[in-house]
Design a protein around this ligand. Structure first.
Ligand SMILES: Cc1cc2nc3c(=O)[nH]c(=O)nc-3n(C[C@H](O)[C@H](O)[C@H](O)COP(=O)(O)OP(=O)(O)OC[C@H]3O[C@@H](n4cnc5c(N)ncnc54)[C@H](O)[C@@H]3O)c2cc1C
Length: 404
C-alpha cells in the first residue's frame, strides 16, 4: 500500500476551478451580502450556471474515491467568503441528511429537487436543532405520529437555527417517533415543497456568516406521505424493535449519523476562512512599515504568522485524514471526524483574531476583510456540534469512560 500527500491532477483541477470562482465571483461580493444580511440569490445563480451549485457536482465530489473532493471544494469556496459559501453548500448539507438515512429511491426523488436548475433554483434545509434541544439531541420534542388509515405521518414541533429554514423547497426534519427510546426513537423525514403547516418563524440576525439565511421552522400538524420517512417504515420498525430489546447494535440516531458524515466537510470550511485571513495578514505584514521597516521583520509578527500557517496546515491534514477515512469506510476509533472539526474550528477563530492584530487598526475596520472573516469564523466552534461537544465525543471515544 502506498501513501502520498500529492494531490492528483483531478484534485488540482478541481481546486483551481473552485478557487477561480471564489476569487472572481464570491470574494468581490462578500462585503455587500454581509452588510445586506440577505440570501445571495444572484451569486447562487452564477454558481448554478457553471455547474457548481448542482446535484451532479456534489454527488461527484461526495463519491470521490479518496474523499478529498468535498474538503477541497469547501476550503476554496469558504476562502472566498463563508456567508456566501454556506448559502451555496447549505443544500448539500441537507442532501447529506437524505443520503445518509434514505433509500436509493428517496435520494433519487428528493435530492435533485433540492437544487433545481439555473433560472429555477431550489434549496434544501436540514432541521434538527430545537429551542430546548441543541447539543442535547435527546431532548428533541418535535413529534411524528403515524396515521395508519392514510399511510401518513403527522409532524408537530418547532425547529430552530435551520440554515435555509423556511426559504428551502425541501426540509429534512428529525422528529421523535417513540419518546421512550430517546435518541434511538428518532427518525428523519422529508417535507415536500409547499406542504401545508410548515412555515418560517423568526429569521436570526447574526454575528457572522450573514449572507447565509438562518431561521426557525414551525411544523403545525404537517402531514406527509409514508414514503417521506427516510429509510422506510420497515427499517424503522426493525430499528425500534432492536432498541426496545436493548440490543446494542443498530447504529446511531438520525441526527448523529448525518453529523458524522458532515463534520470533516465543515472543518474544511473553517480551514478556508483561516487561510484567507492568514494570506491577508502575510501580505499586509510584508508591506506595512513601522519604525523604518516592514512589520514582518519583527520576530513577534513573523512567529505569529509561522504559528498561523502551521495550525492551518495541521487542521487541513486532520480534515483530509477524516474525509479519507470516511471514503474508505474506516471506523472512527478515536473520533477523528470530531477531532478535525474541533481543530479546524478553534484554529479559524484563533488565526482570524491574530490576523486582525497584525493589521492593527485596519484589522478592526470593515475596509479590510479580516474583520468579517473573524466574525464568520466564530460559528465553527458552535454549529455542527460545539467545541465542547467535539471534546466530549473524542474523550468518550478514546477513554470509554462515561464522561459528562
Ligand atoms: C448560524 C447557525 C446555523 C445553524 N444551522 C443549523 C442547521 O442547519 N440545522 C440544525 O439542525 N442546526 C443548526 N444550527 C444549530 C447548532 O448546531 C446549535 O446551535 C449547536 O448544536 C449548539 O446548540 P445550542 O445553540 O442549543 O447550544 P447549547 O447546547 O445550549 O450549548 C450552550 C453551551 O453549553 C455547552 N454545553 C452543552 N452541553 C455540554 C456538555 N455536556 N458539556 C460541556 N459543555 C456543554 C455548549 O458547548 C455551549 O457552549 C445552527 C446554528 C447556528 C448559530
Amino acid at each position: 500500500m502506498s501513501i502520498s500527500f500529492d494531490l492528483s491532477q483531478d484534485h488540482l483541477d478541481l481546486r483551481d476551478w473552485v478557487h477561480t470562482f471564489a476569487a472572481d465571483v464570491v470574494r468581490p461580493a462578500a462585503s455587500e451580502w454581509d452588510e445586506k444580511e440577505e440570501f445571495p440569490w444572484p451569486i447562487l445563480e452564477e454558481a448554478a450556471k457553471i455547474g457548481l451549485y448542482s446535484v451532479d457536482f456534489f454527488a461527484t465530489q461526495a463519491f470521490d474515491p479518496v474523499g478529498l473532493g468535498i474538503p477541497i471544494t469547501m476550503e476554496e469556496l469558504f476562502w472566498g467568503d463563508a456567508g456566501i459559501g454556506l448559502a451555496i453548500v447549505g443544500t448539500a448539507l441537507a442532501a447529506a441528511g437524505v443520503s445518509s438515512n434514505g433509500t436509493a429511491d428517496q435520494v433519487g426523488e428528493w435530492v435533485p429537487q433540492m437544487f433545481g436548475e439555473p433560472g429555477d433554483l431550489k434549496l434544501g434545509a436540514f432541521c434538527s436543532s430545537e429551542p430546548d434541544a441543541g447539543s442535547d439531541v435527546g431532548a428533541m420534542r418535535t413529534r411524528a405520529v403515524y396515521d395508519e388509515a392514510t399511510d401518513e405521518w403527522v409532524i408537530t414541533g418547532t425547529k430552530t437555527w435551520a440554515t435555509n429554514g423556511g426559504l428551502a423547497d425541501i426540509h429534512v426534519v428529525t422528529a421523535v417517533v417513540d419518546p421512550e427510546l430517546k435518541t434511538r426513537g428518532q427518525a428523519s423525514f422529508v417535507i415536500p415543497p409547499g406542504t401545508a403547516g410548515l412555515s418560517q418563524g423568526q429569521k436570526f440576525h447574526k454575528h457572522g456568516i450573514r449572507a447565509s439565511h438562518t431561521a426557525e421552522v414551525v411544523l403545525d400538524r404537517v402531514r406527509v406521505p409514508g414514503r417521506c420517512l427516510l429509510g422506510g417504515k420497515e427499517k424503522l420498525d426493525e430499528r425500534l424493535a432492536r432498541a426496545r430489546d436493548g440490543a446494542r447494535k443498530g447504529g446511531s440516531n438520525a441526527s448523529m449519523a448525518t453529523f458524522e458524515r458532515t463534520r470533516p466537510a465543515v472543518g474544511a470550511q473553517a480551514v478556508g476562512i483561516a487561510r484567507a485571513a492568514y494570506e491577508v495578514a502575510l501580505d499586509y505584514a510584508k508591506t506595512r512599515e513601522q519604525f523604518g521597516k516592514a512589520i514582518i521583520e519583527n520576530q513577534a509578527i513573523a512567529f505569529t504568522l509561522a504559528d498561523m500557517k502551521t495550525q492551518i496546515d495541521a487542521s487541513r491534514l486532520l480534515v483530509w485524514r477524516a474525509a479519507w477515512m470516511a471514503s474508505q469506510g474506516k471506523s472512527f476509533d478515536a473520533a477523528e471526524g470530531s477531532m478535525s472539526k474541533l481543530m479546524a474550528g478553534e484554529t479559524a477563530v484563533k488565526v482570524t483574531t491574530q490576523a486582525m492584530q497584525i493589521l492593527g487598526g485596519n484589522g478592526f475596520t470593515r475596509e479590510y476583510p479580516v474583520e468579517r472573516m473573524s466574525r464568520d469564523a466564530k460559528i465553527y466552534t458552535i454549529f455542527e456540534g460545539t467545541s465542547e461537544i467535539q471534546r466530549l465525543v473524542i474523550a468518550r471515544t478514546i477513554s470509554g469512560a462515561p464522561i459528562r
